[in-house]
Design a protein around this ligand. Structure first.
Ligand code: G4P
Length: 526
């Protein structure tokens, strides 16, 4: 087997999706612990605190108690090399999260046993469904009182429209939580509360009818046997093909904070989750095992580390191999560039990578030429599909306190827009600068960063725009007429694409009716 094939076979690139507070951060930390990337749980939070101390921007994150950034971590687990793409938990940063999901091969869904399926999980699941992303489910916090487990599975099936296949089954819950039974091999893993700290392996009992079960579990052993009869009769058997096609989710139970059920989850994850899959470009599907290097950018982030005042473009490697110093073609601008210093984020630390394989994420230093959605190749004209921009739902005008800082403002706004968290629109009729975002918090972040990173004192104020649509038309003449008539509503986005800024929904509907030949699009695929 070629090295490329061997490397890609061991890659597992995934993201954790959940509603805030379900336990994503805790589980991430435990995955690192079990993977051996950190020695003692608690390190992730410790590092976070250290970062806060050195970065003003992170100060905002701390003040708000939310995670603004999304990071990438690579760690080994057994034979596998796992890439975990973290997604920001706050709903205001959903666009970033959605785009991150375009760069993974599978996802892990965390559900709080007391809360069941929550809003944000529904939205994230919708995005996963677009690409039929395979999903493993971890039902968390079994050490607390929660809802009936069968009811939770029913809810996942009904609300998320995906078949559940329980792989483990919990014995009791809350104070009566005793462990999990593994439906695959009939082994019971007993629970011992183990907050944080090191890995402790509890007792394992072989077989459901083992007298040791009754000895240890008392009445709960009989309860378990009864429940399992019900579960095995009513639920779907594990079907890996259905899982990989995104139709079925294998379900695990546990308690992340107690390190419980995490080992089973991780073992199953590296075993079941797919390695990098073929991906579509506008021209043709690309196999990961193709020798030619290809990749696409799904995220751009500025000033992650104040010591490096640069922007980093996150690129997912889709085929071939990246080697330090190689030349790549930046397809959109038609130029070949040499990449000497790509970075990776191994358990949160920047390191220069010598090579990267399909499924890996590398960070490229970006001085303004790279945009979200850009494709890189070794020469072929390819364009990866499916990295979306969404029409913002909230708009603000940026007003400068010191008019002499106009240049700095423009630079800052354009760079923030490149990252994709806010979008910038310049109306044709005046010199305004209008920011658009999906969540209101993004405006605070933008104002804060303009001041902190670009030294621009600006305020954001209300503006009479309710919604935006990208406009295009096949009939050039007619489009000219449309532009003429609608001059006052038109603007250019950060990429010089024409956008219709509607003051009201009614205005938009009227325009759509009046100009049936013109396409009004709520998303722009990059
Ligand atoms: P998130 O990233 O999905 O937002 O969730 P996070 O891991 O931060 O967990 C949210 C809260 O749930 C945390 O408590 C965390 O300790 C708790 N938690 C996570 N897993 C379990 C579990 O298995 N059992 C129980 N009982 N609790 C769990 P917190 O009080 O908000 O934060 P902290 O003070 O513990 O840091």
């Amino acid at each position: 087997m070629s090295e490329l094939q061997a490397q890609l076979d061991k890659r597992r690139t995934f993201a954790i999706i959940s509603h805030p507070d379900a336990g994503k951060t805790t589980l991430t930390e435990k995955l690192l612990l079990f993977g051996g990337a950190i020695q003692l749980a608690g390190t992730v939070k410790g590092r976070k605190a250290a970062r806060h101390a050195t970065s003003d921007w992170m100060e905002l994150e701390k003040q708000r108690g939310i995670s603004v950034t999304s990071s990438v971590m690579q760690f080994p687990y057994g034979e596998a090399t796992v890439n975990l793409l973290d997604t920001p938990g706050h709903e205001d940063f959903s666009e970033d999260t959605y785009r991150t999901l375009t760069a993974v091969d599978s996802a892990l869904m965390v559900i709080d046993v007391a809360k069941g399926v929550e809003d944000r999980t529904i939205k994230l699941m919708d995005v996963c469904r677009l690409r039929a992303t395979p999903i493993l489910t971890f039902v968390n916090k079994l050490d607390r009182e929660g809802r009936d487990t069968i009811e939770i599975l029913d809810e996942i099936e009904d609300v998320l429209k995906i078949q559940c296949a329980p792989v483990t089954w919990p014995i009791g819950m809350g104070k009566r939580f005793r462990g999990v039974y593994d439906l695959r091999d009939g082994r019971t893993h007993l629970f011992s509360a183990q907050h944080g700290g090191r890995i402790v392996e509890g007792e394992v009992i072989e077989g459901l009818d083992n007298p040791r079960m009754d000895e240890v579990l008392g009445d709960q052993a009989a309860e378990l046997r009864e429940e399992l009869e019900l579960v095995e009769g009513a639920s779907n058997p594990l079907d890996l093909e259905a899982y990989r096609a995104g139709r079925q989710t294998p379900v695990f139970f546990g308690s992340a904070i107690n390190n419980f059920g995490v080992r089973e989850l991780l073992d199953a994850f590296v075993q079941y989750a797919p390695p990098p899959r073929p991906r579509n470009t506008l021209q043709r599907p690309v196999e990961p095992a193709e020798e030619g290097f290809t990749g696409f950018v799904f995220k751009i982030q500025a000033n992650m580390d104040p010591a490096h005042r640069d922007r980093v473009a996150f690129m997912r490697v889709c085929s071939g191999c990246y080697r330090k110093g190689m030349k790549m073609r930046h397809v959109r601008i038609g130029r070949t560039i040499q990449i000497a210093n790509a970075i990776t984020f191994q358990a949160d630390e920047r390191r220069h990578v010598e090579e990267a394989w399909p499924g890996d994420i590398i960070g490229l230093h970006n001085h303004g030429t790279i945009q979200i959605g850009d494709t890189f190749t070794e020469g072929e004209e390819l364009k990866y599909e499916g990295v979306p921009y969404f029409a913002p739902e909230l708009f603000r005008r940026v007003v400068l306190k010191d008019p002499l800082r106009m240049k700095a403002l423009q630079k800052g706004v354009v760079q923030l827009a490149e990252e994709g968290a806010t979008q910038v629109f310049r109306p044709l009729k005046n010199n305004d600068m209008i920011l658009g975002a999906v969540g209101v918090l993004q405006f605070d972040v933008a104002a804060y960063r303009l001041k902190d990173e670009y030294g621009v004192d600006a305020i954001v104020e209300a503006v009479n725009v309710q919604t935006a649509r990208w406009v295009s038309c096949d009939d050039a003449k007619l489009f000219e007429r449309f532009k003429d008539k609608n001059y006052e509503y038109l603007a250019l986005d950060g990429d010089d694409q024409l956008v219709y800024l509607a003051p009201t929904r009614v205005n938009l509907s009227l325009a759509e009716e009046r100009w049936p030949e013109v396409r009004f699009s709520a998303t722009r695929e990059l």
